[in-house]
Design a protein around this ligand. Structure first.
Ligand code: NDP
Ligand code: 2IT
Length: 446
């Protein structure tokens, strides 16, 4: 490891003990940025890297609620307000039993660079709770969301901090959170994104992360004279991002052969077409069941406790969670002829897996670039809310496509090596950094 990175990481680890995912995210970014900062000393003297790795504000709170049996339950709520140099804090809320401070800090840190890449005026933040929505009734989820917002509301606002969804937080949860915010503040504002279409939401926001990751894959493939048409695609996850990635890949002529949840994956060699996808949407979004049911319904194989990366594919789209592709999975993908990895999830590949992709010189689009379409469309929702005017589906989709093209172009500017290989990790990290860093310098020591 570069001794300068080693020294910086020793400081980060000492200040943030035990937060492994946060260390992982900061190390990846510092490996790209430290050489760049050496060449641009104004960032060094202003200690931008040291400042950017320290949250502006961290809020941790108790979330008590009553379950259906009348028993008191206690969860922990968080909001990490990471950086507001270029706009109000912006980023999702995750409700999952694995949520802790280190995971939300890694997500908030990534969000700063991702939001900058979108070109829209959004700072970075992330929040959530260790609450597990699985197996809870709608009423329990509502009472939890109301209690969560009863504390969070005093820290957020349309010009301060604008949360949205992430794992375990979809349209239902955003509805309950928004209702409680409005009641407490007596204000109807764009304080959350991912809202219902009848009450301030943007068309295409539910689709945007999965669509955007597919558009990004398209851009990467075009640099190699390739396209999605006719390609076999392995997708992990079966939630919001996975569903709409499956839809867009299929529309563009690719064949998605896998879908998964935390219990296992299904392999459908004929491809998950529109009809089968609507079964997944109903299964996951309404009945809240397990992906295993797909195998029973359509007579395909189900692999309990496994991830889909052993299935031969041209394109891999990890759309579930962090560190879901390890070194061995990456080797298997490359050995099986995979030419492109586009990350709908945040940090789904371990550092060792990323090294395998880079050594094999395949197209590798890291989450902060590839999945930025979701937050970009949240930014478009904020614009529509401020104007109090809705845009059509086509208009938003068009803007999303332009934004994904621009993010790709930024990655090429900052990530192209002398041999022509595009290192999208360096491209996204440096491309996302410059605007935030310049804004921080302009705003003084704050
Ligand atoms: P959802 O909650 O809608 O879906 C998550 C999916 O991933 C489910 O299939 C879930 O399975 C699976 N999953 C979650 N945790 C694990 C785990 N520990 N191991 C294996 N599988 C797991 O979330 P989203 O689709 O919104 O988010 C997916 C990823 O995309 C996350 O990394 C998120 O941060 C990222 N992302 C989301 C954006 C958005 O707009 N929603 C924007 C940008 C990135 P199960 O049902 O069994 O839990
Ligand atoms: O990781 C992400 O970018 C999100 N979960 C979406 C954030 C947002 O504010 O739309």
């Amino acid at each position: 490891m570069d001794p300068r990175v080693q020294q910086f990481m020793a400081m980060i680890k000492a200040r943030n003990p035990g937060e492994n995912e946060f260390h992982q995210a900061v190390q990846e970014v510092s490996e790209s940025l430290i050489p760049f900062i050496e060449e641009n000393p104004k960032y060094k003297y202003s200690k931008i890297l040291e400042r950017i790795a320290e949250a502006e504000r961290t809020i941790i709170f108790r979330v008590p609620w009553l379950d259906d049996k009348g028993e008191i339950q206690i969860n922990r709520g968080f909001r990490i307000e990471m950086n507001s140099a270029i706009g109000p804090y912006k980023g999702g809320l995750r409700f999952h039993p694995t949520v802790n401070l280190g995971i939300l800090k890694f997500l908030a840190f990534e969000q700063v660079f991702k939001n900058s890449l979108t070109t829209l005026p959004m700072g970075g933040g992330k929040g959530g709770s260790d609450f597990d929505p699985k197996g809870k009734s709608d009423n329990e989820v509502m009472r939890f969301c109301q209690s969560f917002m009863t504390e969070l509301f005093r820290h957020i606002g349309a010009d301060t901090d604008v949360p949205a969804g992430d794992i375990g937080v979809g349209g239902r949860e955003i509805g309950y959170l928004f209702g409680q915010y409005k009641r407490l503040k007596n204000e109807f504002t764009g304080v959350l994104t991912g809202k219902g279409i009848e009450w301030g939401g943007s068309l295409i926001r539910p689709e945007a992360t999965g669509y955007g990751a597919t558009y990004f894959a398209q851009e990467m493939l075009s640099t190699a004279g390739e396209s999605i048409k006719g390609k076999i695609v392995c997708i992990s996850g079966s939630g919001n991002v996975a569903q709409y990635a499956t839809e867009k890949v299929t529309q563009l002529g690719g064949k998605v052969v896998t879908s998964s949840d935390s219990n296992g994956f299904i392999y459908d060699p004929k491809g998950i077409d529109a009809e089968k996808l609507s079964f997944i949407m109903e299964l996951k979004n309404l009945r809240r069941g397990r992906i295993k049911e797909y195998a029973e319904k359509f007579g395909v194989e189900y692999f309990e406790g496994n991830r889909p990366w052993g299935i031969k594919c041209d394109i891999a789209m990890p759309n579930a969670t962090q560190n879901e592709i390890d070194e061995e999975d990456a080797r298997t993908l490359v050995k099986n002829g995979c030419i492109c990895v586009t990350e709908g999830a945040n940090m789904p590949s371990t550092p060792e897996a990323v090294e395998v992709f880079h050594k094999a010189k395949i197209l590798y689009g890291p989450g902060k670039a590839a999945n930025a379409g979701g937050v970009a469309t949240s930014g478009l929702e904020m614009t529509q809310n401020s104007m109090r005017l809705p845009w059509s589906r086509e208009e938003v989709d068009q803007k999303l496509q332009v934004i994904m093209k621009n993010i790709h172009a930024t990655c090429v500017i900052y990530g192209k090596n002398s041999d022509g290989y595009i290192n999208y990790v360096d491209g996204a990290n440096i491309g996302g950094f410059v605007k935030v860093a310049n804004a921080m310098i302009a705003q003084g020591v704050v």
